[in-house]
Write a protein that binds this ligand. Structure first.
Ligand code: GDP
Length: 530
């Protein structure tokens, strides 16, 4: 052993360097929840790690809000699971699991440094996978791909790589290669070392997989044709230059690929190891002014999610903040960049599902849930010391619109409060239309599931029964007051004001109609970007 001792990870830069903050993203049913459990099992610690000291204060109150998740089998809240693995602190951010692409997922992706994309070996790329890949590409988020369910019959491994390359234009660079087709999984060859790791599920499958390094001769003897196929495929990969390249991975133009089966914990250790070795740690973050905030500057962070009533017994509102720079200490007084007002971080917690632990200190890459933070909205920056402000989180152009009303006039105040709350949390976008007035706001969503969540919550949390009337629009584009005037009186087009930012949105029945009208009216300013 050399005398070189690793520097103690006490400084902020060192703490940031040992963090990996990522999200697992996938089409529903590809195995995200199973993978989350498998990752946590490998770390053997749930909710308590590294610099974060848990107090084991798990209340476990099941709210109606959670009840909806249970009923529907969907995850609508997102938070972060933190655990340590080797010398690394892993922050796994939860993303909504339902089929609609929601703004929520997008916001979570603004708070990660990388993503793990799960593919179901039997299904390959699914609609949600394609959308998520696209978002990662746009944001330049490095993606590792884990081809899951290799214990079941599925597609051919090379065909899956081909699909990734053809359909999303990312160059796949397998880091492990399976021996045995999907359904007959014997283990993987680590392409960097050439070592074959034989894998077997533990009896019952609930424990870590049983792994054993095996020499090529023995493997050839034991696995015959499967071994021959795997080595042939490896030669092919080498010829096509499908080798891992750190620069293109970080630039989000290539994706390392791994094979495994989360349900049996096969290949999960390899994934964790590669996250530690290759995934980027938190780094300097661009500010709204275009500068870069280094991780070891004074404390700063931004809110990427706001969630009310996670715990009905407390009627609390939690703002989830990702730390971008500096050391966070519970109780510190920070500044809210939007208002310049001080904000005391007395109630700082680590929240995942129903588990809660008090956080005393945290570092760049960590997620802190600020409880009772009613003054904080999505995208808000908090800082200590020199002022800093992170760019606003973009909101997606909505594609679904509905008027929301309640016929119960005695509930109108609660209705209004409920709508304001949903708007503040970004559950839906709330629009005001001149022609309908304040009694009948319009809800706009990226995916229709957002409407369901909105009406459910109005009922469960505000005691308001609301009706939705869907509007026949599919496209919204930003316009300006001049555009609003131009469009006045144009048939089947409406302009509404987004309450959150006073943006004017012009709504059209379809893209074709929008282009037609735009083509006819060169002065009309239309912008479909968020
Ligand atoms: P999510 O919707 O992406 O969170 O998916 P889940 O984790 O709930 O998994 C969906 C289904 O696939 C469940 O029945 C899991 O048991 C199953 N599943 C997950 N991973 C694997 C795997 O590696 N192999 C097999 N055979 N089934 C899996």
């Amino acid at each position: 052993m050399s005398q070189n001792v690793l520097a103690p990870a006490s400084g902020v830069a060192a703490q940031a360097a040992r963090r990996r903050t990522f999200a697992v993203i996938s089409h529903p049913d590809a195995g995200k929840s199973t993978m989350t459990e498998a990752l946590a099992l490998h770390a053997r610690v749930i909710g308590k790690a590294g610099a974060v000291h848990g107090k084991g204060d798990r209340r476990g109150v099941v709210s109606d809000w959670m009840a909806m998740e249970q009923q529907r089998g969907i995850s609508v809240t997102s938070a972060a699971l933190q655990f340590s693995y080797r010398d690394t602190v892993i922050n796994l951010l939860d993303t909504p699991g339902h089929a609609d692409f929601s703004e929520d997922t997008y916001r979570v992706l603004t708070a990660v440094d990388s993503a793990v994309m799960l593919l179901d070996a039997a299904k390959g790329l699914e609609p949600q996978t394609l959308k998520l890949f696209e978002v990662c590409r746009q944001r330049g988020i490095p993606v590792m791909t884990f081809i899951n369910k290799w214990d079941r019959p599925g597609h051919d491994a090379l065909a899956l790589l081909d699909e990734i390359e053809q359909r999303i234009g990312l160059r796949p660079t397998p880091l492990t290669w399976p021996v045995g087709i999907a359904g007959q999984f014997h283990g993987v060859i680590d392409r960097r070392t050439g070592v074959f790791i034989r894998m077997q599920r533990s009896p019952g499958g609930a424990d870590l997989a049983i792994e054993e390094e095996m020499g090529a001769d023995e493997a050839a003897q034991r696995y015959g044709a499967d071994w021959a196929t795997a080595t042939e495929e490896l030669e092919l990969l080498e010829m096509t230059g499908a080798d891992h390249d750190q620069a293109t991975f970080l630039a989000a133009t290539s994706t390392p690929v791994l094979f495994g089966a989360a349900v049996a914990n096969l290949g999960v250790r390899q994934l964790l190891d590669l996250l530690v070795e290759l995934a980027p740690p938190p780094s300097a973050r661009p500010t709204a002014e275009g500068a870069d905030q280094p991780v070891d500057a004074e404390f700063s962070g931004f809110v990427f999610k706001v969630q009310a009533n996670m715990n009905r017994a407390h009627r609390d509102q939690v703002a989830f903040m990702r730390i971008c720079s500096g050391r966070f200490e519970r109780g510190m007084v920070v500044t809210h960049a939007g208002t310049g007002k001080p904000f005391t971080t007395k109630y700082a917690q680590q929240i995942f599902g129903q588990g809660r632990d008090t956080i005393d200190e945290a570092y760049p890459g960590d997620v802190v849930g600020l409880v009772n933070a009613t003054a904080l909205g999505i995208g808000d920056t908090l800082y200590a010391g020199a002022p800093v402000r992170y760019p606003a989180l973009p909101s997606f152009p909505p594609e679904h619109f509905a008027v929301v009303r309640t016929s119960d006039t005695s509930a109108f105040k609660r209705f209004r409060r409920g709508i304001e709350q949903l708007d503040a949390e970004g559950v839906v976008q709330v629009l005001r239309s001149e022609q309908r007035g304040d009694q009948a706001p319009v809800l706009a969503a990226v995916g229709p599931m957002q409407f369901e969540v909105a009406t459910y919550r109005l009922e469960a949390e505000f005691g308001v029964h609301a009706q939705l009337d869907h509007l026949p629009y599919q496209v919204a584009a930003r316009t300006d007051p001049a555009g609003q005037e131009i469009l006045r009186g144009v048939a089947s087009v409406e302009v509404m004001t987004r309450v959150r930012d006073d943006a004017l949105l012009a709504m059209f029945p379809d893209r074709w109609r929008m282009r037609f009208i735009a083509g006819r009216t060169p002065d009309l300013r239309l912008d479909v970007a968020p």
